[in-house]
Design a binder for this molecule. Structure first.
Ligand code: ADP
Ligand code: MG
Length: 386
């Protein structure tokens, strides 16, 4: 069932600041939906429109099957968790958790029951009598999540809740939020972040938003899909480069030939011919295109040579190769990013094994499969994959 529907939602701050364009979106019951996009693209604004903290300039917001445009935030059945925690400093954890319920006229017994329930879920029981000043950042964020839980909302709204936490706590709290979402079987979650790792790991569905001219011309939503949809089948260069780290390598070229297998492309700087498994029906020979391949889709040469020999037979694999020289090796332990340089200083990054022993200046053969390759037309649209 659809829990939240946004229909034709637009938002401008004054006449000259359009922010959100043409938002049509359904969020299902118990769905974990992530709004992802660069800073300033309007993620928080869209979340605030759902919460009722901001009015849309046009369009309708539906929650639980009714239009809520004129319904105040407190009556929408939503609870919001902010990046800044927004706790009352003079109140204890217990009082912070119960304050909203007290305002709503809930009985003392009922408040105690709900506060204790939330404290148990979030392991805040030993901290109930403390004030926020005596809590760590992670504990404060748990209190602010607890304040949302006690309201038993139909929709949880999170705006970058992990941004103020250090790396380790961010990972832990991310897992807690994922578990929490599963615990509240009927509630939907909308979660705003600019961090693609949070989006990929938490989201059932990612809504990737964009800003600027493309947003104005084509709408603010660049693509909606599951994390792996966006990873494997980005609909545009923008999505392809936003998802994945390091980002997809993009090389200029032009279409050489189109056949049943896909399209072959001549790369502009090196004149190499490469092929991509795309549906080439919309392409024309000679058309300028951009060729994309992710760093992790270059095979490690050492593992490739052993994989090619199975039981003494050479196994045929559809692989292509870039022959280059290494210009930089970034070692992360688990893996290494090997940089190679094209003629006019375009860098190609290949993700290789952590113990790779490439040295700067050494030749390298980067093998790749046409199935892992993407093509984009000059206007940034992806040519559909086969
Ligand atoms: P995000 O959360 O994606 O970083 P925001 O939703 O906060 O982006 O902001 C989107 C754009 O709207 C930004 O350019 C921001 O400057 C602008 N904006 C946000 N709130 C207001 C406001 N109250 N008045 C004018 N402009 C605003
Ligand atoms: Mg924001």
């Amino acid at each position: 069932m659809v829990a939240i529907a946004l229909k034709g939602v637009e938002k401008s701050f004054g006449e000259h600041t359009p922010v959100l364009r043409n938002i049509d979106l359904d969020i299902g019951e118990n769905e974990f939906c992530v709004f992802l996009g660069p800073s300033g693209c309007g993620k928080s604004t869209l979340l605030r429109i759902i919460a009722g903290l901001e009015d849309a300039t046009s369009g309708d917001v539906h929650i639980g099957g009714r239009i809520v445009n004129a319904v105040p935030p407190s009556k929408r059945g939503v609870a919001m968790v902010f990046q800044s925690y927004a706790l009352f400093p003079h109140m204890t954890v217990e009082q912070n958790l119960g304050f909203g319920l007290k305002l709503a006229g809930v009985s003392v017994d009922e408040i105690a029951r709900k506060v204790n329930g939330a404290a148990k879920i979030l392991q805040l029981e030993p901290l109930l009598k403390r004030k926020p000043v005596a809590l760590s950042g992670g504990q404060r964020q748990r209190v602010s999540i607890g304040r949302a839980i006690v309201r038993e909302p139909g929709v949880f709204l999170f705006d970058e809740p992990l941004s103020n936490l250090d790396t380790m706590l961010r990972g832990q709290t991310r897992v807690e939020i994922a578990k929490l979402h599963r615990q509240f079987a009927r509630a939907s979650t909308v979660y705003v972040t600019h961090d693609q790792v949070e989006a990929m790991t938490l989201g059932d569905k990612i809504v990737l938003l964009r800003a600027g001219k493309d947003a104005e011309c084509f709408g603010s939503i660049a693509q909606v899909g599951s994390p792996l949809d966006l990873y494997h089948r980005p609909n545009s260069r923008f999505v392809a480069e936003f998802i994945g780290s390091p980002k997809m390598n993009i090389l200029d070229g032009s279409v050489m030939a189109i056949n049943d297998e896909g399209a072959s492309v001549k790369l502009e700087r090196t004149n190499e011919i490469v092929s991509a498994s795309v549906d080439g029906a919309s392409l024309k020979v000679g058309q300028p295109v951009q060729f994309g391949i992710r760093p992790e889709h270059f095979a490690d040469v050492s593992s490739l040579s052993s994989a090619n020999e199975e039981n003494g037979h050479t196994v045929h694999r559809d692989t292509q190769v870039f022959l280059r020289n290494v210009t930089l090796v970034e070692r992360l332990g688990e893996h290494s990013y090997v940089h190679v340089e094209d003629r006019d200083q375009t860098i190609i990054i290949a993700k290789q094994a952590g113990d790779t022993n490439y040295k700067v200046g050494a030749p390298i053969a980067l093998h790749f499969h046409s199935k892992s390759c993407h093509l984009f037309t000059a206007d940034g649209r992806a040519v559909p994959k086969r």
